[in-house]
Design a protein around this ligand. Structure first.
Ligand code: FE
Length: 185
């Protein structure tokens, strides 16, 4: 009996989760259009709203290479980026919108020629998406705030996660000496 109750509870919880996922964190505003209620955290603990811009707007504010990587999922050549060998302490933010994405404390030497991290600074600051391009199944890593392409995550990283977030330098800015502050009360 107890097992049956537990199974029912589990099914209810999974249904609720699926329902929330289906809503994609978007609710309807009064005029019926979808509004995005997700929020993110700045380095200083301030709340950040999602960023949505047109292709023209992105083109106007990004360099050609940033646009190719961030908005068209391009990849910089290995060992050419600014941060693959950066050993300084600080926080890496999205080059598109400034959202904190990775801490230097989780950066490791992968030998790939791209900045590599074993976890993001906050799980909800990255958006993981199936990617079947180039004839293989990979998991794409995007900035959850602006949708900017960052790189891919692989399951051959070091402990404690065993993950390798392989990120383009051009998708990142680096704030030397910065630390992520906790959420404002
Ligand atoms: Fe971003």
């Amino acid at each position: 009996m107890q097992f049956k109750n537990f199974t029912c509870l589990l099914i209810c919880m999974m249904s609720l989760w699926a329902c929330n996922q289906a809503q994609d964190n978007k609710t309807k505003s009064q005029d019926g259009s979808a509004t995005d209620e997700r929020t993110f955290l700045a380095l200083d603990g301030d709340t950040l709203e999602p960023v949505e811009k047109s292709e023209e707007e992105w083109k106007a504010e990004l360099t050609e290479q940033e646009f190719r990587v961030l908005r068209e999922a391009g990849t910089e050549r290995a060992f050419t980026g600014e941060y693959w060998d950066n050993k300084k302490q600080g926080v890496y933010t999205c080059a598109g919108c400034g959202l904190p994405l990775f801490s230097a404390e989780t950066k490791f030497r992968s030998g790939t020629g791209w900045p590599s991290f074993w976890e993001p600074i906050r799980a909800d600051h990255v958006w993981l998406k199936d990617d079947s391009s180039l004839g293989m199944m990979r998991t794409e890593v995007l900035c959850a705030r602006c949708g900017g392409h960052q790189g891919h995550v692989f399951e051959d990283g070091p402990e404690p996660t065993g993950l390798r977030y392989c990120i383009n330098s051009v998708s990142l800015d680096f704030v030397e000496g910065a630390k992520m502050k906790a959420e404002k009360p």
